[in-house]
Design a protein around this ligand. Sequence first.
Ligand SMILES: Cc1ncc(COP(=O)(O)O)c(C=O)c1O
Length: 385
Amino acid sequence: MPPESDKNTTLCVTAQIGNDPAFGAVIPPLYLSSTYTFAALDEMGTYDYGRSGNPNRDALADTIAKLEGGAGGVVTSSGMAAIDLVLNLLGPDELVLAPHDCYGGTHRLLNSRQSQGRLRVLFIDQGDARAVKQAMAQNPALLFIETPSNPLMRVVDIEGLCQAAHKMGALVMCDNTFLSPARQTPLALGADFVVHSTTKFLNGHSDVVGGVAVAKQDDHAEQLRWWANCTGVTGAPFDSYLTLRGLRTLPARMDIQESNAQNIARFLNQHPCVSKVYYPGLSSDPGYALAKKQQTGPGAVLGFTLKADREGVRAFLANTSLFQLAESLGGTESLICHPASMTHRAMDQEAQRKAGITQTLLRLSVGMERSQDQLAALATMFAAL
Ligand SMILES: Cc1ncc(COP(=O)(O)O)c(C=O)c1O
């Protein structure tokens, strides 16, 4: 049992337990009300209106902020809304440095905001020291990091990149969706903001779309809250309730899913029909040493390329008995996806080529099924090749 995950277990399990002032409910009650009474003129209580504040949303934001080691956070309606929320802190025309291989939706958002003239964006290989140095000379306002990256699991040096960005006066936002605070805490490594698609590991049950943005400093957290209320991107109470329920088991889920992923990575790594496995838990992976330094485990998502043509990939995916062919990741159930035509189809062919997303690349989100059953299901898929 990896001991690192244990330190979050009590925090996750006890968050808001036994805090109900009305009836002593052990589990925090669900507050669906969109509006709250004032005691009298000028006498507002803790809450006035559901867009600006809600007990379930605040409970979730506080818990995730504690797990990430931040001053405060805002729960949003999706992961994209969380990223866009942080972008509100930029002035007009300021420069964002982003990884060339980030999640396709993030790529689309940054490009679209640039087309509107809201900001400028430069996509670079953040593992290339020379490219980073050249980009830093262009005076960025924000460095956006996603590590490990989606879907190639490339690991970049959070601490080193934060130091370089801060030297130029830039802020740093890190997307921690792929690992969760059970495996990586970017604020401790120097980042100013952490964002998540809580749709993934934090909720962990593939039944909520949500996000969160956490700030290291109080003043940044306050700005995020202001913009979230102003633009109305805050998450719904029931979604927050479900996500806090899912979050209670995050460390235990991550332990099992990661252990299963390690077994699958080893299986794929020696399979004759696989040309490459992308997983920082393999000692042959270029991100292995860095992952050991800044992560407390390699996580439960991996990529691999098949030795096959497009028809071979189709045949392989036609036999997905246990691995559902679906986008997303981080749930208790195993999923398989074809990034080029699914999660990353918002990127044009040239952007996909630069990022290394090919037609034979597949991504696995490894779930909690019995490891032997997962391996047997994969063996059946390979038999179709
Ligand atoms: C790394 C990463 N960040 C952000 C997002 C966007 O999250 P959401 O779908 O909740 O908007 C995703 C979605 O897959 C993702 O993989």
